[in-house]
Design a protein around this ligand. Structure first.
Ligand SMILES: [Zn+2]
Length: 397
């Protein structure tokens, strides 16, 4: 499990079949699982230890957090809710919760974000810090909420969006679409999703272009995204500025000979509802989307250096429920301002808030617009969006 050179992005592991079932659970739990379990807490504790302490330890420590997750799974056992299924059952009730902001206020423990009398930071303060170039290593965590304004269907929620379109395939349960064992029996449902999300079908929106502008200004240290729609790339953010935690359609790998291909090579097949095959060995070619049971991309381990180095964290459009992604929010130094732009108060912003946490709740694009306004970047944003729109229009012709 320790990240090692030559292991690739981990897609190959799933192919090893049975022996990796345990890893599958850890992954299902630690990556797809929702916050609220012990493993998540251990991961978070570990991440925090990293952030508060001295320089980050080497990557093998990351394996520890997975190991911890695995151990806790073993202790409870699959029947007891260790597996992905049990996890889904348990997410309802076991959210670790300190006192809510409201409860703190009622009990006189100080209001939202109050921390020993330190001045509560505002969005305006953060805008000032950025303008004065006091924050220039910004880390962004982004989730589905930045893509819904682009019309990306909410394909992860059973009963809505894409899952309903999959009924024709008679898949046993919605998650099967991201399971390797199912994929090798019936890859069609996954490629139906691929057809929907293949680069070019949707366009980036204001939120994506805001992140692009951060990059253009040289202050985006890294963008960690959970999205697989590729809209960050489409907005012009270079792949090396990003960690696409759940993979990408931009590249694909042969499931047999492991050759890498540009995703673009198979656009024709995917659009024609054909399962793409390797031109060398005829094996099925799978876009580099992280499935249950697969390791996260190697790049995910960049968090070990990125988060301790960050001087500002934006959390945009994510419910912070998917581990280990969610725990990263706690991995910035405690002196670093964290800004949540999201519909609801989530993750540590709800239960472990710091005095320098800021929550801009409501419509995600609206929140980003407000920040752009405070930054006085309106004109630059409009110019960038216009320029990129023209580029995309020309491409579509
Ligand atoms: Zn091949």
């Amino acid at each position: 499990m320790a990240p090692g050179k030559g292991e690739g992005s981990g897609e190959g592991r799933g192919l090893r079949g049975k022996g990796e079932g345990c890893e599958g659970w850890v992954r299902a739990r630690s990556c797809e699982g929702r916050r609220g379990g012990e493993a998540g807490d251990e991961a978070q504790g570990w991440a925090l230890g990293q952030a508060e302490g001295t320089p980050p330890r080497a990557a093998p420590s990351a394996a520890l957090c997975f190991l911890a997750a695995w151990r806790s799974l073993r202790e409870r056992g699959p029947k007891d809710g260790g597996g992905p299924r049990g996890l889904a059952r348990r997410i309802q009730g076991t959210r670790p919760f300190s006192l809510s902001a409201a409860a703190r206020a009622i009990l006189g423990l100080g209001g939202w974000g109050d921390d020993g009398g330190k001045k509560q930071l505002t969005l305006q303060d953060v805008a000032k810090l950025i303008r004065k170039k006091e924050c220039r290593r910004i880390v962004v965590m982004a989730g589905a909420g930045i893509s819904t304004p682009s019309g990306i269907p909410d394909f992860r929620s059973p009963g809505s969006g894409l899952y309903s379109n999959l009924e024709q395939y008679d898949i046993p349960y919605p998650e099967a679409i991201f399971e390797l064992t199912y994929f090798f029996v019936n890859p069609k449902p996954f490629f139906t999703l691929a057809k929907e999300l293949y680069p070019g079908n949707y366009r980036p929106n204001y939120a994506h272009y805001f992140l692009r502008l951060l990059h253009d200004k040289g202050i985006l240290l890294r963008l960690y995204t959970q999205n697989i729609d590729g809209l960050e790339r489409a907005a012009g953010i270079p792949p090396d500025r990003m960690v696409e935690a759940h993979g990408t359609f931009a590249t694909a790998t042969c499931t047999v000979c492991r050759r890498k291909f540009p995703g673009e090579d198979f656009r024709g097949d995917v659009m024609a509802d054909k399962v793409p095959h390797c031109r060398v060995c005829t094996g099925i070619v799978k876009p580099d989307i992280v499935f249950f049971g697969e390791e996260l991309p190697q790049r995910f381990f960049l968090h070990l250096t990125d988060f301790p180095m960050a001087d500002l964290l934006f959390v945009i459009g994510t419910s912070l429920e998917v581990e280990p992604f969610a725990s990263l929010a706690g991995a910035v130094r405690s002196s670093v301002p964290r800004v949540l732009i999201n519909r609801d108060l989530v993750g540590p912003f709800a239960w472990q808030q710091r005095y320098n946490d800021i929550a801009q709740l409501g419509d995600v694009v609206g929140g980003v617009e407000k920040l752009v306004e405070l930054l006085d970047w309106n004109e630059e944003m409009q110019a960038l969006i216009q320029k990129e729109k023209e580029k995309l229009d020309a491409k579509d012709k």
